[in-house]
Design a protein around this ligand. Structure first.
Ligand code: NAD
Ligand code: MG
Length: 292
């Protein structure tokens, strides 16, 4: 069966819409596709124990659904305001007969990050897959519009949490474990209005490569996923200007934004033990642009 990727999903123009950060997938229009009705598993992650941050919506939710359908037990972290999205994900995981564990809390806190790993280990009986996916993106036209508090929140969410969670998870990870970062095309080609955010995505890409060298000899693989413009709450809750949102993804060769479901199989591929030589790699999905 062939499917034309240019017509599979909604194209701009999109309706004007805005939500307070962090936003809910359930209140977006059109609703994003996370693979709820489409992802079919084939046992690629049987028995794995995964923690996915930002697992309530967007790429994290698409990965959570796919991991469960591939046979993994999955814990998700998210902010308390996102409980409604998270409940839907937990129900989808449990529908697969897998363990779904909801662990809300703010990743900007080091102690919480350590507790999150310990709670994951207690609930799943270990951890062998960590997906550092949560992210904060608030666009600002000028650097003078970025307060120190904003800058700090972006660094804490996107860089410190990745550092704290990885350190804590390594206490439990055995050879064969994997760590996956969600980076971005912004790591390589930053937008003028995403100064603080783009710094963090470059950091995630770089962290992926140094840690792959450090952990490769221990049998732990570290890789990244670099999305282009994807239709998620991050974009409608301060991540993009209204003008950008209305034409979102229209400037890519596909003429539309990507949907989280279109990246699910990349997370699965990187987590799959059969991808045993993929280490320090960043796999992209940007609709024709981007440079992973
Ligand atoms: P999303 O809003 O669905 O996911 C981001 C998640 O981050 C939220 O669901 C929230 O749970 C979590 N989060 C934010 N601040 C947090 C905090 N302080 N504590 C705990 N959790 C927190 O949007 P998404 O686009 O799927 O984002 C997932 C990742 O993809 C992010 O790292 C983002 O930078 C990256 N990304 C997105 C795009 C895009 O166009 N949407 C492009 C490239 C990269
Ligand atoms: Mg969310």
């Amino acid at each position: 069966m062939t499917v034309d990727p240019t017509t599979t999903y909604p194209k701009p123009p999109f309706d004007k819409q805005t939500q307070p950060f962090p936003g809910l997938a359930g209140q977006m229009h059109p609703k994003p596709d996370h693979g709820e009705t489409s992802y079919v598993g084939s046992g690629r992650l049987t028995g794995r124990k995964a923690l996915i941050t930002g697992g309530d919506s967007g790429m994290g939710r698409a990965a959570a659904i796919a991991f469960a359908r591939e046979g993994a037990d999955v814990a998700i972290n998210y902010l308390p305001d996102e409980e409604a999205d998270a409940r839907e994900v937990i129900a989808l995981i449990e529908k697969e007969g897998r363990k779904g564990v909801a662990l809300p809390g703010d990743l900007r806190d080091e102690t919480f990050c350590e507790t999150l790993i310990e709670d994951t280990v207690a609930a799943l009986g270990g951890i062998d897959t960590l997906v550092n996916n949560a992210g904060r993106q608030q666009q600002a036209q000028s650097i003078t519009d970025i307060s120190s508090e904003d800058f700090d929140a972006t660094m804490k969410t996107n860089i410190y949490a990745m550092f704290w969670l990885t350190k804590a998870a390594l206490k439990h990870m055995k050879p064969g474990s994997v760590i996956i970062q969600t980076t971005s095309e912004q790591a390589y080609d930053p937008s003028a209005n995403l100064v603080d955010y783009a710094i963090t995505k470059a950091a995630g890409m770089n962290f992926t490569k140094s840690m792959a060298k450090q952990l490769g000899p221990k049998g732990i693989r570290v890789n990244g996923v670099a999305p282009g413009p994807i239709w998620t709450p991050l974009q409608v809750s301060g991540g993009a200007t209204m003008e950008k949102l209305q034409g979102f993804g229209g400037d890519t060769p596909m003429g539309r934004p990507g949907q989280p479901a279109e990246l699910a199989s990349i997370y699965v591929q990187l987590a799959d033990p059969k991808a045993s030589y993929a280490n320090g790699q960043v796999y992209g999905a940007a609709g024709g642009g981007g440079q992973p």
